[in-house]
Design a protein around this ligand. Structure first.
Ligand SMILES: C[S@@+](CC[C@H](N)C(=O)[O-])C[C@H]1O[C@@H](n2cnc3c(N)ncnc32)[C@H](O)[C@@H]1O
Length: 278
């Protein structure tokens, strides 16, 4: 017999890809998922040989660097658990900050909102649930991602409507929008060298990378197309790569947007650019 606390420490030591405190969190997350154990159960005693096979095989996947959210097929976002898959980006904390800003700044009822590059649908679904009777749409190029987004919308009983569109090639079919939001792919290919194995091997390239020679590709195309589908006075909100804040800001200026702002995330990195049409 071994107490839960010691077992967590023992397993965490063998997760070599993570620092020890992160490894402990991941192991606790697995135990909570499979056995319902929490930190307060640290003195609970377990027999290692009786642990369920599913827990052991999930732990093996964790050791190989697979993100825990993909092992458990769910990720927390803005107070809810969203289904994720190998076709979707795992929602990030920075994107929760973007959602929070939009909710805070737009208390009016019945706003029409579109999210471009929706992935799990975490942005439009959270906005639909948190805002005042908003009419919300999401689009993505990936059918696999859209399937997960639709499952999430059903799970949370929202009627967010999703479309499959390649934003680089097709026109946006929703118009008269009050808000257009996007967290598009924004990591230049050269950034791959610096990225953690568990992102590179397990998250879709389609969600992450842009060509080195054109890192602002999505921002330029979306800002241009947004002019046709935003109402006058409509708002554009972008999540951005921390190295490109000033450049995205200049791009919106050049495209004629007004009241443009660059906003930092909780880690003080440039993370959001917003502007108003007209
Ligand atoms: C950085 S992920 C963001 C996912 C989600 N909105 C989030 O914040 O967690 C970018 C998304 O853009 C989608 N995407 C990539 N290229 C696209 C394109 N040409 N047209 C539409 N969506 C695209 C990807 O499939 C991916 O879901």
């Amino acid at each position: 017999m071994i107490n839960y606390n010691s077992l967590v420490k023992k397993w965490a030591q063998s997760l070599e890809l993570y620092d020890f405190s992160e490894a402990q969190n991941l192991v606790e997350w697995l135990f909570e998922h499979h056995l319902g154990l929490r930190r307060v159960d640290m003195m609970h005693f377990l027999e290692e040989k009786d642990l369920p096979q599913a827990l052991l095989s999930d732990f093996e996947r964790l050791k190989k660097g697979e993100p825990i959210q993909q092992i458990l097929e769910k990720a927390p976002f803005y107070g809810r658990e969203f289904k994720v898959s190998r076709d979707t980006l795992i929602p990030r904390n920075e994107t929760e900050e973007l959602v929070h800003l939009i909710i805070k700044e737009n208390p009016q009822p019945h706003l029409r909102i579109l999210d471009i590059g929706t992935g799990t649908g975490c942005i439009p679904i959270s906005l639909a649930l948190e805002m005042n009777s908003a009419e919300v749409y999401g689009l993505d190029i990936s059918e696999g991602a859209l399937q997960i987004a639709r499952e999430n919308a059903k799970e949370f009983k929202t009627d967010v409507k999703f479309y499959q569109i390649d934003i680089l090639k097709e026109e946006i079919s929703v118009n008269e929008l009050d808000i257009l939001v996007s967290n598009p792919p924004y990591i230049p290919e050269k950034g791959k060298a610096l990225m953690h194995k568990n992102v590179l091997d397990f998250e879709p390239e389609l969600a992450l990378f842009v060509p080195d020679e054109d890192p602002l590709l999505f921002y330029r195309v979306i800002a241009e197309k947004a002019k046709k589908c935003l109402k006058k006075g409509g708002k554009l909100y972008f999540e951005i790569h921390e190295d490109y804040g000033q450049e995205v800001l200049n791009l919106l200026k050049k495209q004629g947007y007004s009241k443009i702002e660059l906003i930092q995330d909780l880690n003080d990195k440039d993370r959001i650019v917003k502007g108003i049409l007209g």
